[in-house]
Design a protein around this ligand. Structure first.
Ligand code: ATP
Ligand code: MG
Length: 163
């Protein structure tokens, strides 16, 4: 079913803002003006962004900020993509650990040393959902500076954009 991306991101960030506020972390959104629709299971799409924003909250010390941004672009063959990035000003992930964070049960040293609760399943599940919707997920991070997770998903159905 077509799921409205901006609405999904508003729901997820709205639901998590109280949790962020408790930690003195702010969540800002900068959403694409287009009303982008993703062919997705709505619950699973919400789960993707809930996992990413929850991670950003968990691994960002007080005073930090989380930015959730969406934009759209078309690639050479005309496929339209929605890009959603979740950036934080948190503790970051070391370059040698970043290769492992999508592995089931893997938790980087920031989770261990900070005694941050979790099972290490969130990103594995998130990557699985994104890939099953024809998308991809990427992470860049700098230790002590912050992390950006980017999700790319195809917009609408194949061929359904030519209206
Ligand atoms: P769960 O999601 O199952 O509650 P978790 O959050 O520890 O547990 P994942 O979401 O899979 O597990 O993330 C794996 C690890 O990647 C985390 O334990 C943490 O070390 C690191 N990580 C994930 N997101 C961030 C982030 N935004 N900033 C810093 N480290 C992160
Ligand atoms: Mg997690």
């Amino acid at each position: 079913t077509p799921v409205r991306l901006a609405r999904t991101l508003e729901i997820v960030t709205g639901a998590l803002r109280p949790l962020a506020k408790v930690q003195n972390v702010t969540i800002a959104t900068a959403l694409a003006p287009e009303d982008l629709e993703i062919l997705a299971d709505e619950v699973q799409l919400q789960q993707v962004f809930t996992n990413l924003v929850s991670n950003a909250i968990k691994f960002t010390p007080g005073g930090g900020q989380i930015d959730v941004a969406s934009l759209t672009r078309a690639d050479a063959d005309g496929t339209r993509w929605a890009t959603v990035s979740v950036s934080d000003t948190g503790m970051g992930i070391s370059s040698d650990e970043i290769a492992h964070i999508f592995t089931r049960f893997y938790r980087a040293s920031n989770a261990m040393s900070g005694a941050v609760p979790g099972t290490g399943l969130g990103l594995a599940i998130t990557q699985d959902i994104v890939q099953r919707h024809g998308g991809r997920i990427d992470v860049t991070s700098e230790l002590g500076v912050g992390t950006t997770v980017t999700v790319n998903l195809p917009v609408g159905a194949r061929g359904s954009q030519e209206t």
